[in-house]
Design a protein around this ligand. Structure first.
Ligand code: CP
Ligand code: NVA
Length: 341
């Protein structure tokens, strides 16, 4: 048996077997901290080339209605390292959503698989999938939340600073998207002060802000919303941004978002305004140059050579984005292991 089987922490037995992983709001602080610790342990095992195929013989299905590099690869490699077999169901090719309902798909996959990952559109789709599946369902990104990303981000921050508690975290850019929403929840749960730096109409929804404020209060930390990027980045330990237009949003939004979000681009001035030990994180993919198809199109249309982050910051030693990307593997592996063991 794996030595992290279950863990007693301050009289709370942490046992995530059979649980879905749909959003961080469903998990306690202790459970999230525990998953980060398991990720660290699994990362050490991988680095030391210690086999950890504890879930040999199990099968999982990966449903991707949107594109992915990191999340798909992390689920696949994580599953292989744990000894599992994987079926990938891409945006085309399965019956789901076209000829078959989510509920029916869930009941079919449940008969063949031990776990199901879903990346796609509304959060209620993954919630519906979980309602009808009797095996764990993992959210690989929806319009509203991206919970597996949070574990990797927090592991990266912990590796960098040795702790999470009391750090100042600033998110800049489109603060209504899945990553921003999830970061606000993650910071509130894990004891980081969260500052959102964005134009008012791109602040996260009020209801979620209020929920997070309550959680943060219990943990003695703060949630701050500001339109001023200089104020918002002062004393920050972590600067985080994401794309200005997310998957599933129309291309026509680019012009409006560029105009609104240009002042929130993470550049040298903002990094220098933050704490001297500040790091830069980004869930990726990122538009930091014009070497991509969309990057080129934006350049030709709007004349911008970089968007949410400058190439200078992205390529600087302060940028930990590839460490963060690697941590997607170890953290997603921990989620699969803990829910399926
Ligand atoms: N950060 C992230 O989810 O990347 P992918 O879209 O490549 O999975
Ligand atoms: N907000 C981005 C995150 C990609 C990982 C999107 O949804 O496209």
């Amino acid at each position: 048996m794996y030595e992290y089987a279950t863990r007693k922490r301050e009289d709370i037995m942490i046992d995530l077997r059979g649980r879905d992983f749909l959003k961080l709001l469903d998990f306690t602080t202790e459970e999230i901290e525990y998953l980060i610790e398991v990720s660290q342990n699994l990362k050490n095992k991988k680095k030391n080339k210690e086999p950890h195929d504890y879930l040999k013989g199990k099968n999982i299905a990966l449903i991707f209605e949107k594109d992915s590099t990191r999340t798909r690869c992390a689920f696949e490699v994580g599953a292989y390292d744990l000894g599992m077999n994987v079926t990938y169901l891409g945006p085309t090719g399965s019956q789901m959503g076209k000829k078959e309902t989510i509920a029916d798909t869930a009941r079919v996959l449940t008969t063949m698989y031990d776990g199901i990952e879903y990346r796609g559109f509304e959060q209620n789709i993954v919630e519906e999938l979980a309602k009808y599946a009797t095996v764990p369902v993992w959210n690989g990104l929806t319009n509203e939340f991206h919970p597996t990303q949070m574990l990797a981000d927090m592991l990266t921050i912990k590796e960098e600073f040795g702790t999470l508690k009391g750090l100042n975290f600033t998110y800049l850019g489109d603060a209504r998207n899945n990553v921003a929403n999830s970061l606000m929840v993650a910071c509130a749960k894990l004891g980081l002060n969260f500052t959102c730096c964005a134009p008012k109409d791109l602040f996260p929804e009020e209801k979620l802000v209020n929920t997070c404020k309550e959680i943060a209060k219990e943990n003695g930390t703060t949630i701050t919303l500001t339109e001023n990027p200089i104020e918002g980045t002062k004393d920050a330990n972590v600067l985080y941004t994401d794309v200005w237009v997310s998957m599933g949003e129309p291309m026509e939004l680019w012009e409006e978002r560029i105009n609104k979000l240009k002042p929130y681009q993470v550049n040298k001035k903002l990094i220098e305004n933050a704490n001297e030990n500040a790091i830069f994180l980004h869930c990726l993919p990122s538009f930091h140059n014009i070497d991509t198809k969309i990057g080129k199109e934006i350049y030709e249309k709007y004349g911008l050579t970089e968007m949410e982050v400058t190439d200078e910051v992205f390529e600087s030693p302060k940028s930990k984005v590839f460490e963060e990307a690697e941590n997607r593997l170890h953290t997603i592996k921990a989620v699969m292991y803990e829910t399926l063991k």
